[in-house]
Each structure stands twice: as structure tokens, then as C-alpha cells.
Design a protein around this ligand. Sequence first.
Ligand code: HPA
Length: 280
Amino acid sequence: METSSTNTLYERAEHAARTIRARVGGEEARVGLVLGSGLGAFADDLEDATVIPYEEIPGFARSTVEGHAGRLVVGRVAGTPVIVQQGRFHFYEGYALDEVTFPVRVFGLLGVKSLVLTNAAGGLNNSFKQGALMLISDHLNLMGTNPLLGANDTRFGARFPDMSEVYDREFQEAVICEAQAMEIELKRGIYAALTGPSYETPAEIRMLRALGADAVGMSTVPEAIVARHMNLKVLGISCITNMAAGVLDRPIDHAEVMETGKQVRVTFTELLRRTIPKLQ
Ligand code: HPA
């Protein structure tokens, strides 16, 4: 019997990967997805779906936030085999970044080559409106920490991984092309990640704007860093669920974030459905 406490992160990730393989068998997923707040419904429509609750996977934490289901769904999207994290773990929930990014480690060991990261974010760019979709072109890691801190396991990747193209250019072109075909507006911009869980002050939003951010959120960046560490190609899409603090003269609340996620569901789902087969 494997005991998780004494094993290395790599061994724990392998154990989880073996458990998932034993449950699903068949063709291996090449594309992994992480669904953000209010965007989890995408996983409900997978073809040939197998659902695995996190509590049945060794090494997985539990999701504690409303709007995050807490299960992996393995299936197909337009014929392409995918593995989907329906409900992510956030740093603000008190998880270590090793726990937050554990599913991405496991995806990598399962043979996933392409990772789609989605999130709910606040909009800073004045050309954005609530409900807009933003393709992430780059990020600012303002979480004050990094998921790769500590000893490096070269079985995962290099000690000093390059971050000059975190969000794959060809993937960006693929999603832009699909958005054009659908005749929907797709914004493009820089995502700044803060720890949360408090939303930003108007002064912080002015600071983030001065730093070049177009959107702000509390996730995605740790997973993107770990994915690049393992040499997975990354696509990032933010749903602008609200304009950031101080942009409009009204407070931000989680219910609104969730509600906007629901409203963009059809467009968002269709954009992903069309893009996923191109992420090879
Ligand atoms: N700030 C930070 N994270 C968020 C926001 C926001 O305004 N909206 C959704 N996630």
C-alpha cells in the first residue's frame, strides 16, 4: 500500500494517474481542461463521460468554493479525448500550491500535451464589458509565491523553466480563428493573478492597470507555470464576469460572478467545442 505522506510529489502524482487510468482505460486524453468559477457546466456535455469525484483520487484535495463541483470528467469533445477538472483548487482556500497544481501534474503524467485554463476575472481594460471573453496573451504573477519553489524534480522539468511564451501562439491563433467564425468578440490581454480572496481596492486596480494588466483574478497562473514546467502547451481564456473595483460605481459580489458565468455558457461552450480538436 502506498502512503502518500512519505512519497515524493512525483510518486503521488503517478499514484493518482494510475488510479485514473484504472477507472477510465481506453484512449488517453491529449487535451486537459480546468474550468473556472461558473464555467463548470462545460463538463456536463462531454460525450462518453466517466465522472470521478476528487475524493476517489489519491492526492487530490477537495474543492470548497461554491460554483466548483470537485470532480474529474473524462470523455470527448467533438471526438477529441479530453480530461476535465470540474472545480479547481485555489491558493486562497488555504491549499499549498502543490495541491492547487496537483491535477495539472497528474494530467501531464497521463499523457496530456495541451492544457486549457479558464477562469472568471475582473475587467480592467475600459474596452471590456461584463460577459466578454478574453484570450490570455500573457500573465503577471502577483501572488507573491511560485508553485515551483522548493527542490526541483527533473522528472517533471527544468529548475529554471522558460516563461517567454506561456500561452501558446498557435493555440491563440486557433481560438481567434474560431471566434471569428462564430462572429463573437474575443478580447485579448494580460491576466494578473493575486491571491484573493478579498477583491481588489480601486487603488489596487489603478496599480494593476499601470502594470499593464487587462484582467485580474485569483487562479490560473500557478497551473500555467506548472504546465510549462512539464512542457505542456497552454491556452488561457478568461470570462470577464464583472468590471474590476472602482471601474463602475458598485460593489463586486460572488453571486454576480457566478451569474455572468452562466450567461456566457452557450458561447463559451461552443468556442471551446470548436477549438479543442485544433489543440494538438
Ligand atoms: N477580482 C479578482 N478576481 C475575480 C474578479 C475580480 O474582480 N472577478 C472574478 N474573479
